[in-house]
Design a protein around this ligand. Structure first.
Ligand code: GLP
Length: 224
């Protein structure tokens, strides 16, 4: 089942998804979550930190990571430490970024009984995690080359386009689709068109997020 919900503000988007995460980990303290990065989830992380939840038994997997020095301020590892991990009681060895060998990372997810809740953003070219247009719907965790559009979009976090890493490790579309529940967040008018194409258009590898139409437990929340 797919539901699409328009919210009135970024604040409401953030608090709505934070409430879903809260409900998940309060009802199921042993939850396994997949977490996103980017500008969209920042408000959600702020809300979650303010809720002062017990993360001590929660396990997290991040969707993706640039291939770069993980201590760089723009690495996704730094982002997660700054916005969530260092501000909650999550155990450092309970939070995982995609690692090599990728089969071991995939096994870790399967071995932890799978993902209960996966939170996603969407790129302006329809990517989810770093699965760029053309990614196979069966793809698993792997190294990818970033799209020109993604590098341009993400250059706002770096000094210039030339400073944006060109490669990343990402969970695959198949890996994401194995999650029991998926929540997609989108913020801003620049996401409306691709969101519409992904949710109501043809299901095609040219629009990676369109695969979500085939998942039976997806909720989409957006604001413009
Ligand atoms: C990056 C991440 C994606 C994220 C996207 C959108 O490319 N790899 O997981 O969904 O950015 O980011 P933003 O929320 O900043 O628009």
């Amino acid at each position: 089942m797919k539901t699409i919900n328009k919210l009135s503000s970024y604040k409401e988007l953030s608090s709505t998804v934070a409430d879903i995460v809260e409900e998940q980990i309060t009802k199921h303290p042993l939850s396994k979550l997949v977490l996103p990065t980017g500008s969209t989830p920042l408000g959600m992380y702020e809300e979650l930190v303010n809720k002062k939840l017990d993360w001590s038994t929660v396990i997290t997997f991040n969707l993706d990571a640039y291939l770069m020095n993980i201590t760089h301020p723009q690495s996704y590892q730094s982002y997660m430490k700054k916005n969530l991990f260092d501000r909650t009681n999550i155990y450092p060895n309970h939070s995982h970024f995609p690692f090599r060998p990728f089969s071991a990372f995939e096994d870790k997810i399967v071995g932890s009984m799978g993902i209960d809740l996966c939170i996603l953003g969407i790129g302006t070219n329809g990517h989810i995690a770093f699965n760029e247009p053309g990614s196979s719907f069966d793809s698993r965790t792997r190294v990818v080359h970033l799209d020109e559009q993604t590098i341009k979009d993400n250059s706002r976090f770096f000094g210039s386009v030339d400073d944006v890493p060109t490669q990343a490790i990402t969970m695959g579309l198949g890996t994401i689709m194995d999650s029991k529940k998926i929540v997609l967040m989108a913020n801003g008018v620049n996401k409306l068109n691709i969101l519409n194409v992904a949710m109501n258009g043809e299901v095609t590898e040219d629009v990676p997020a369109s695969i979500l139409q085939r998942h039976d437990n997806v909720e989409v929340f957006y604001c413009d």
